[in-house]
Ligand binder design. Structure first.
Ligand SMILES: Cc1ncc(COP(=O)(O)O)c(C=O)c1O
Length: 426
């Protein structure tokens, strides 16, 4: 699938207020919690947010989240609600659905899932029965909790079989996937990961699913924003159901969504409400509509491509610092790196980086039991940082993880980067 490059570059929007909401009323009424929120705003602005699943939403998205729709109950769907007074709620949801289907070229969208996990739960509820066999990326290789963890409903209610990645290349082992599909005849195959930095081959997933008569569920929580911006291939033409989050690179409110064709639309809608959820969070649905509107602009397409260019630059810089970057780089916003060549494991690296003001996660590596680090460039790109900043960040990583140099100096360098690129401007 070709990944398009936007023709006309447009600047990343920098017109972001320092504090996205008016905190005056909250400060007067509840200074204790206002203090916590201001503390969080300062933490986000004063350190580097490199958690691959995080981003800075626009003031418009935050305004929708803090709007009167937060007060509204709207069980059901537009035109068929269990509550009165849903005219504006219906309008918000219709706009969100129309924008989502247009943005992703899908025939049907359900924008009500409260989260990515709720979207996956509803997809399973629509297509599977308890006890069915499902093939998904194994948790040690980057599968999400909803892909069969024994601590999650998925692992408790379904028979999950895990496929993996090649330990040397870090790439999905499609031969193993096909062999497992033939041997286990799953009812569904799940394609999606919390840590896979490359584009899955959706066409091949479809071929394997068709060969064994399985549904193909793509959990595109991570790449969905890149797909919206044309910086990653779309699973929509191949999957029976696409689940996603609306936060992460997509830069909307925390929430989920599901896309599918007309033949599954009713089953998906019923699986969301009333099967797995009650009333939709209409303020979040409105905020999703705002985010989909933003994601349809040329500026967002440029942003999505910048996110990938920045991740590639950062991955190159980390390799130059001695980190072992899995799959030798990235096609997405996401980087997984092993700090072992620098003499530490992922947990120690995360602690040292956090002490220097760089916030990220640890994650499983494609080989062995040691943990690596997982990071992403969605938030720093929204802030307006560029490729030179990525090179600088890589050098700071090396110094922090090696504990080379003065810790105060590292923090000051991070502060200089964040002050030059505040997430919200006054
Ligand atoms: C692949 C994948 N699926 C599902 C989810 C769940 O999303 P949420 O945390 O909104 O439930 C995530 C979250 O990171 C994810 O990466």
């Amino acid at each position: 699938m070709p990944v398009t490059t936007p023709a006309a570059p447009a600047p990343v929007s920098r017109s972001r207020p320092a504090l996205p909401q008016d905190f005056g009323a909250l400060l007067r009424q509840d200074p204790e919690i206002a203090d916590v929120l201001l503390g969080e705003a300062n933490r986000q602005a004063g350190t580097l947010q490199l958690i691959a699943a995080e981003n800075f939403t626009s003031p418009a998205v935050l305004a929708a989240l803090g709007s009167p729709l937060a007060n509204k109950y709207a069980e059901g769907y537009p035109g068929a609600r269990h509550h009165g007074g849903c005219e504006q709620a219906d309008a918000a949801e219709r706009i969100a659905i129309q924008r989502a289907t247009a943005l992703f070229g899908a025939e049907h969208a359900n924008v009500q899932p409260h989260s990515g996990s709720s979207a996956v739960l509803a997809a399973y509820a629509a297509l599977l029965r308890p006890g069915d066999t499902v093939l998904a990326m194994g948790l040690p290789y980057g599968g999400h909790l909803t892909h069969g963890s024994p601590a999650n409903f998925s692992g408790r209610w379904f028979e999950f079989v895990g496929y993996g990645v090649d330990p040397d290349s870090g790439l999905i082992d499609y031969a193993q996937l096909r062999a497992l599909a033939r041997a286990r005849r799953p009812k569904a195959i799940v394609c999606g990961s919390i840590a896979y930095p490359r584009h899955p081959d959706y066409e091949l997933f479809r071929e394997i699913a068709d060969e064994v008569g399985a549904y193909l569920i793509v959990d595109a929580a991570h790449p969905m924003g890149l797909i919206a911006g044309g910086a990653a291939p779309s699973p929509v033409p191949y999957a029976d159901v696409v689940c996603a989050t609306t936060h992460k690179v997509l830069r909307g409110p925390r929430g989920g969504m599901i896309l599918c064709g007309p033949e599954l639309a009713e089953r998906i809608d019923r699986a969301v409400f009333p099967f797995t959820q009650g009333g939709a969070q209409m303020h979040t649905v409105a905020a999703k509509a705002v985010a989909f509107g933003e994601a349809a602009t040329p500026a967002f397409a440029l942003y999505a491509h910048q996110v990938v260019a920045h991740a590639r630059a950062l991955a190159r810089g980390l390799e130059a610092e001695g980190f072992d970057v899995t799959t030798d780089g990235t096609d997405t916003h996401l980087i997984v790196a092993d700090p072992a060549p620098l003499g530490v494991d992922g947990r120690t690296a995360r602690e040292r980086l956090a002490a220097a003001g760089m916030v990220l996660d640890t994650c499983a590596l494609p080989y062995g039991d040691a943990r690596g680090i997982r990071l992403g460039t969605a938030a720093v790109t929204t802030q307006g940082m560029g490729e030179a900043d990525m090179a600088r960040i890589a050098v700071l990583f090396g110094a922090a993880v090696r504990e080379a140099g003065d810790a105060g100096r590292l923090l000051a360098d991070v502060r200089e980067l964040t002050e030059r690129n505040p997430p919200y401007q006054g």
